[in-house]
Design a protein around this ligand. Sequence first.
Ligand SMILES: C[S@@+](CC[C@H](N)C(=O)[O-])C[C@H]1O[C@@H](n2cnc3c(N)ncnc32)[C@H](O)[C@@H]1O
Length: 279
Amino acid sequence: MTDSRETKQKLSDDDFDFVCNYVYKKSRIVLSDTKREMVYRRFTRIIRDRHLESFSDYCQLLRSDPDGEERYFINAVTTNLTSFFREEHHFDYLAQHELPNLIKKGSKRMRIWCSASSTGEEPYSIAMTVKESLKSLLNSWDVKILATDIDSNVLNTGKEGIYEYKGVEDIPEHLVKKYFSRGMGINSNKVKTTPDIQSLITFKELNLMNEWPMKGPFDVIFCRNVLIYFDKKTQLELFERFHNLLAPNGLLILGHSENLGVFQQHFENVGRTIFRKLN
Ligand SMILES: C[S@@+](CC[C@H](N)C(=O)[O-])C[C@H]1O[C@@H](n2cnc3c(N)ncnc32)[C@H](O)[C@@H]1O
């Protein structure tokens, strides 16, 4: 049996460096020394789940089968924290500015990409916002929300649309009633998203560092709270690719602690971490 103190001693500098390089190569996520505790915790779980004896055993496995282990290991090291209507002002901006503008322009098509969608709360929040804003107009509109993430486990949660009831407690009650059905009996602490909002979203596995199969253009791209895991060079590469995939005047929405850096010159800042493409 592996004791946690014992395994901690076995996370050697060599193994830690190897893991940091592996993760960077596969996902561009930067695991610096400040993430050592996090790596240790995730490793402990992996070793338990895989019935291994030590961190070195798992590093050995990663070295011998780097591609075969990729999905499992990347799923294990990603941080998937999210919630419904997280950074609410972004959804307010869509409801109060973007959607009314599109309606005014007579547009009937909207493409939204949620590029690090985690367990789905973000794309479902977008879907509720769109439904509430367009109301009956939605019947004559063509709206699609693409939700992607590198982590296949979180995408499965999104596809299922089943969440703990406490996750929706802060959503206005009328939205919970309209867009979630409550479980019964032993599932009464769970809710499931209704087909109404599910049908607007397509969940797909996509590593932002790989080629993007979709052509766009997108009216809105959400890339929130994932850039913080990447270095500046990777962020700039992504901004350029997002810019290319956005429709004229399209919106790029980042997380609260993220910014465009020198790429800001290609966008107008129209709200808190909301950027409109300059053409
Ligand atoms: C902290 S969550 C943010 C979720 C959501 N965007 C939000 O703001 O609430 C970061 C997400 O980015 C995903 N991620 C990390 N690296 C990625 C990559 N290279 N490509 C695509 N997704 C990635 C993780 O799997 C995780 O689900």
